[in-house]
Design a protein around this ligand. Structure first.
Ligand code: PLP
Length: 392
């Protein structure tokens, strides 16, 4: 039997997709499933964005685009970056990517190899570790601690840097915790990084608009000291509810942008043309739908947190960003993955066990706010009832 090379045995998974598949399967069998496992907004892509893609197809935009993306799309990204962060970015440093994930692959592939250490958040988005292991680098978890609001600690992060460290992956606002790293902590982190010029930074800012309570997002682009070794990942998936369009962008330093463009030429040629026109409409068009979505997520994160804190054995800090809550379930006596699985199979509630986001995720589950207030109330009610009847 033909086997792949060992690097492919080291590719992991994103279990949220498996939970979604199982939830869909149970629903198809007639079970009443409430899904709080979802990592995508429960909103439709705004109409004017869809129309822009349809118009592009009607206008004959069926062909290849430049591998790094249409100049108009890259310029739109620069406008959006300037208005969000105040940072000037040249379209020459922008890559239009087929979603957010390919930037993780590109950065980790470009900077990771056996002998290199890559620092990544734990609990964190599972693809970071998966890709680090795939390329043969050593994954070094940076703990995201509940007592620290699931934010990066500058001191702890800097203490993990060694001469072997090649890349530090940051994510704020964060999946799965909803943690937002405050500006003062990022200031300290960047000040410390100045002493480590061999460390590149990949800042995953895909949830940048999703901060609450006046806690503004701080982009790493606003620190000129590290711009020559900074890669910023962002995209359309979350902000404009466009997960299926596969539209992302990243911003690269001068010395790396040529390599990621070549990777695109070799792997996917370019992102499909109509989606790139939709991306321009998303950035330049009315933002009312985004504001409505943020208002719903803000309301629901409070609803979710309040309800979870009423469940015996469960405690939940109010997430400051993204659209997830990450309650501590350790006092229920349940381990996180068996609890998530039992809740799906027995109570019809889909959510994700913390260990699917890293070793330090034990004792937690991820609850997504991408469902209606009604469904959230029902789902957490079922969870409370299940825990009440199934003490361990
Ligand atoms: N980065 C983070 C932190 C995410 O949570 C996700 C998706 O869940 C992505 C990147 C990937 O986004 P995309 O679907 O655009 O590849």
């Amino acid at each position: 039997m033909i086997q792949p090379v060992a690097a492919f045995e080291r590719i992991g998974e994103e279990n949220a997709f498996a939970v979604l598949a199982r939830a869909t399967e149970l629903a198809a069998q007639g079970r009443d499933i409430l899904n709080l496992g979802i990592g995508q907004p429960d909103f439709k892509t705004p109409k004017h964005i869809v129309e822009a893609a349809v118009r592009a197809l009607r206008d004959g935009h069926h062909g290849y685009t430049p591998a790094n993306g249409l100049i108009q799309t890259r310029e739109a990204v620069c406008r959006r970056t300037l208005s969000m962060t105040g940072a000037e970015v040249s379209p020459d440093n922008v890559m239009i990517m087929p979603g957010g994930k390919p930037t993780m692959y590109a950065a980790i592939r470009m900077l990771g190899e056996p002998g290199a250490d890559i620092l990544y958040p734990d609990p964190g988005f599972p693809i970071y570790r998966s890709m680090i292991e795939h390329v043969g680098a050593r994954p070094v978890p940076v703990p995201m601690r509940e007592e620290n609001g699931f934010a990066f600690s500058a001191e702890e992060t800097l203490s993990l840097i060694t001469p072997q460290t090649r890349l530090l992956i940051l994510n704020s606002p964060a999946n799965p915790t909803g943690g937002v790293t405050p500006k003062a902590e990022i200031d300290k982190l960047v000040a410390g990084l100045v002493a480590h010029p061999h460390v590149a930074v990949l800042s995953d800012e895909i949830y940048d608009v999703m901060t609450y309570d006046g806690e503004a997002h701080t982009s790493l682009l606003t620190y000129p000291d590290i711009r020559d070794r900074l890669i910023v990942l962002n995209g359309w998936s979350k902000t404009w509810a466009m997960t299926g369009w596969r539209m992302g962008w990243s911003i690269w330093p001068d010395n790396l942008i040529g390599y990621v463009r070549k990777l695109a030429v070799n792997c996917w040629s370019c992102v499909n043309a109509p989606s790139q026109f939709a991306g321009i409409a998303a950035i330049d068009g009315p933002q009312g739908a985004v504001e409505d979505m943020l208002e719903a997520f803000d309301r629901r994160r409070k609803l979710v947190t309040g309800l979870l804190n009423e469940v015996p054995g469960v405690s939940c800090i109010l997430p400051k960003g993204a659209f997830y809550a990450f309650p501590n379930i350790s006092r229920t006596g349940w381990k996180a993955k068996p609890l998530a699985s039992a809740l799906l199979e027995k109570a019809g509630v889909a959510l994700i066990g913390g260990p699917d986001f890293g070793i330090l995720g034990e004792g937690y589950i991820r609850v997504s706010c991408a469902n209606s207030d009604d469904n959230i109330e029902q789902a957490i009610g079922r969870m409370a009832e299940f825990l009440d009847g199934n003490a361990v």
